[in-house]
Design a protein. Structure first.
Length: 130
């Protein structure tokens, strides 16, 4: 039995979905494998939509691949704390989902085109620029 790989997509990665080969490859891998799961916090979707209209609709086409995470009070607390530290909401929400939690007890990697945003935040990162 193989290990399931969990990845969280942040706002910068959602914005790169249309033209980045690494992001497209990860989405394709998730679509063709039962062992790769892609998680997207609602807050990341909304922040990406604010920067480029149509991202939410584009993600909607991929709902068989993307698992959208609703925001809850625990996420609001994490995001509020990280906003005070200068993070943007779409990065803070990804941090919350990537940290170990009841749904993902071992946590997940943030798959991102902006790996530097996660320095010293205590989550694993997969750099999609490589």
């Amino acid at each position: 039995m193989s290990q399931i790989e969990h990845y969280v997509l942040d706002s910068p990665t959602l914005l790169a979905m249309g033209g980045n080969k690494q992001v497209s490859g990860l989405v394709h891998a998730a679509a063709s494998s039962d062992d790769v799961r892609l998680w997207v916090p609602v807050l990341c979707l909304l922040e990406a939509e604010r920067e480029r209209v149509g991202i939410v609709a584009h993600a909607g086409v991929l709902l068989d691949v993307l698992r959208v995470i609703d925001d809850d009070y625990a996420m609001a607390m994490t995001v509020a704390e990280l906003l005070r530290d200068g993070l943007v909401p779409g990065i803070a929400a990804a941090v919350h989902v990537a940290r170990p939690n009841p749904m993902l007890p071992e946590g997940a990697l943030v798959a991102t085109v902006s790996p530097e945003a996660y320095d010293r935040l205590g989550v694993g990162v997969m750099d999609l620029n490589r």
